[in-house]
Write a protein that binds this ligand. Structure first.
Ligand code: NAD
Ligand code: UDP
Length: 363
């Protein structure tokens, strides 16, 4: 275990007044060097909290934290949370985001994904219990699998293939939810579960293979946009700032959840491709690839509970969010060019789906 901490010197701009939620807190963010985690660290620092980011950099990047190292309120601990790890000092809240999240990442890291959902979640829970700290689990819409209820409400139990290639992620998160719920019952842990639906924005790894970053990279490079299947499958895309506002609201509340966090505007993958082409003014063609095994047919959150329990409603529409995302990627032409060649290699399309209705085989 490497518990190296990085020294800090120049602070981020701090609020003059007391943070809106009351007192300054010390928040541990596992997976804080990742896409969502780095935005959460930034939002917590901006409102005046202290942040301890714990990350093994397996799918996250040190550069996501570049803006925070100079802040004395920020500490980075490089560690695998599936192994024992030590956090010195007070802990008021733990946001447990550590986990591969992109399908190509969890296909590449199946055992690590199961480990961080199980052992990693238990280690993070034990840390929270030891400090009587609030614990928020970043779960996922994947717990609903290929849903038979639409839109997905939190009381829907899901339709998950427990032995298919996606199961390493879906079942790890389902286990993590069960574990967190058991700690709430047996240890009186202050647990909150959020189920995050597809979220996008700046700091996504350009080559990580998720649909928004892939389409943006391909469009900017003039490469074909790889649509898996016929593109009629749907997703509901949430801009990262909205999602982080929901995570903060959950950290500040005593709500147990599970609570869906996502933008309920549903669109097909084909519609997303067309929107990206319009925003980037790209003339890239469409390249249809086989649909991956167990790729959910449709996905849309019912966010009634998030509105009632947290007062949370997403604010950023897809056109605005995608413009901000495209601008961020366009400002990094070298990384985008490099990612283009990675995306042109084998991705999840290596795992073609059986015809619907037939059981999928584990790969
Ligand atoms: P990401 O891959 O960018 O970030 C995950 C971070 O966790 C990375 O920095 C990675 O290095 C770190 N990590 C992984 N295993 C670890 C371990 N064993 N120990 C320490 N650190 C580890 O992914 P993301 O999109 O930022 O997702 C963050 C969380 O939100 C994940 O738990 C994911 O399941 C959940 N989530 C994200 C989305 C989304 O659309 N972005 C949707 C649903 C759920
Ligand atoms: N997808 C696609 N082309 C890509 C990447 C993904 O058509 O280059 C599809 C994928 O098959 C899925 C949707 O886009 O139907 C969302 O995929 P992503 O990996 O972003 O997230 P998921 O919701 O599957 O976890």
């Amino acid at each position: 275990m490497d518990t190296s901490t990085i020294p800090v010197s120049t602070p981020l701009p701090r609020p003059d007044s007391v943070p809106v939620h009351g007192a300054r807190r010390r928040v541990v963010v596992t997976g804080g060097a990742g896409f969502l985690g780095s935005h959460l660290c930034e939002a917590l620092l901006r409102r005046g909290d202290e942040v301890v980011c714990v990350d093994d950099l397996s799918t996250g990047r040190r550069e996501n934290l570049d803006g925070f190292f100079a802040d004395p309120a920020f500490t980075f601990v490089q560690a695998d949370v599936s192994e024992a790890f030590v956090i010195d000092g007070a802990v008021d809240a733990v946001a447990h985001l550590a986990s591969p999240a992109s399908p190509p990442d969890y296909h590449r890291l199946p055992l690590e994904t199961l480990a961080v959902g199980s052992r990693g979640t238990e280690n993070a829970l034990k840390l929270a219990v030891a400090h009587r700290a609030r614990f928020v689990l970043a779960s996922t819409s994947e717990v609903y699998g290929d849903p038979l209820v639409h839109p997905q409400t939190e009381d829907y139990w899901g339709n998950v293939n427990s032995v298919g290639p996606r199961s390493v992620y879906d079942e790890a998160k389902r286990f993590a939810e069960a574990l967190a719920s058991a700690y709430a019952r047996t240890e009186s842990a202050d647990v909150g579960i959020v189920r995050i639906f597809n979220t996008y924005g700046p700091r996504m790894r350009p080559e990580d293979g998720r649909v928004v970053s892939s389409f943006v990279v391909q469009a900017l490079n003039g490469d074909p946009l790889t649509i898996y299947g016929d593109g009629s499958q749907t997703r509901s895309f949430c801009y990262v700032d909205d999602l982080v506002a929901g995570l903060m609201a959950m950290l500040d509340s005593t709500e147990a959840g599970p609570v869906n966090l996502g933008n309920p505007h549903e669109r097909t993958v084909r519609e997303l491709a067309d929107l990206v082409l319009t925003i980037t003014r790209s003339v890239s063609p469409i390249d249809h690839q086989p649909l991956p095994v167990d790729d959910p047919t449709r996905r849309k959150p019912d966010i009634t509970r998030a509105g009632a329990a947290l007062g949370w409603v997403p604010q950023v529409d897809a056109e605005d969010g995608l413009r901000r995302t495209v601008a961020w990627f366009a400002a990094r032409p070298q990384a985008v060019a490099l990612a283009g060649s990675v995306l042109a290699g084998p991705q999840t399309a290596e795992l073609p789906a059986p015809p619907r209705g037939e059981p999928a085989r584990a790969s």
